[in-house]
Ligand binder design. Structure first.
Ligand code: FES
Length: 239
């Protein structure tokens, strides 16, 4: 068996480029918003992840200015903030389009057609995974399992679900995104732009997420277990 370790093939590595610092008025605005975020935590450093979404909403990706802003605010070094930021693939190291289109190519989605969808989108958009279309609308990437295997193959746009996709439906999806008529996600919150979504993840906007009702495919195993009289063991005492 051959295992290739290291970063994903379409993931940009260091360095993180961009402006070294924000203009004064931007720092003042971001500081006011960051204070709303840090106030929710007993220890301000615990707010680093939402703060990284805040600066990602400002720049569309990680920049030295954003890293430095978080470091100064939380009394950390740039290296410490970078170490955290580069651990998570949701923090982007290169400029990102209005819509980050992620095609799941993990095992189940791949078997159900995820690889074919990624190939079809690369050809249709004339870009490789990790790149952005010339109009700045769509960034394409392959993503790991998003715990939506019951709706495989899944495409995520700004982390909203588009279930049971095919090469043809995925092509229609990106055409809608580029043409200003994005189809609604299959479930969950309405679709926003990448930067708007980053503000939501920073905790600054209300996503107005409807209901959160699990779908039939998600509940199928539960129904089957009940039919067979199966149940989970009682939880033990919490120590
Ligand atoms: S393998 Fe694609 S969502 Fe799990």
């Amino acid at each position: 068996m051959f295992l290739e370790l290291g970063q994903r093939p379409d993931e940009a590595g260091p360095p993180i480029n961009g402006p070294a610092a924000y203009p004064e008025h931007v720092t003042a605005r971001l500081t006011a918003e960051a204070e709303q975020i840090t106030a929710r935590y007993p220890d301000a450093r615990s707010a680093l992840l939402p703060l990284l979404h805040l600066v990602q909403a400002e720049d569309g990706c990680l920049t030295p200015a954003g890293i430095g802003f978080c470091a100064a605010l939380l009394d950390l070094t740039d290296a410490e903030v970078t170490a955290v930021a580069t651990f998570y693939s949701m923090y982007r190291r290169t400029p990102t389009g209005d819509y980050l289109v992620g095609v799941c190519t993990n095992t189940l989605c791949a078997i159900m057609g995820g690889d074919a969808i990624l190939d079809a989108l690369q050809e249709h958009l004339d870009i490789h995974a990790g790149e952005t279309t010339a109009d700045g609308r769509v960034t394409l990437e392959h993503i790991e399992c998003n715990a939506a295997c019951d709706y495989a193959p899944v495409v995520m746009v700004n982390w909203e679900f588009y279930d049971n996709q095919t090469p043809s439906s995925a092509r229609d999806l990106v055409d809608g995104l580029r043409g200003g008529t994005p189809p609604a996600p299959t479930r969950g919150a309405p679709l926003c732009t990448f930067r708007e979504t980053a503000r939501t993840l920073a905790g600054l906007t209300d996503p107005h997420t409807p209901g959160g009702v699990p779908g039939a495919a998600t509940l199928a195993g539960l129904h089957e277990a009940r039919k067979r009289g199966m149940s989970a063991p009682e939880a033990g005492p919490v120590s």
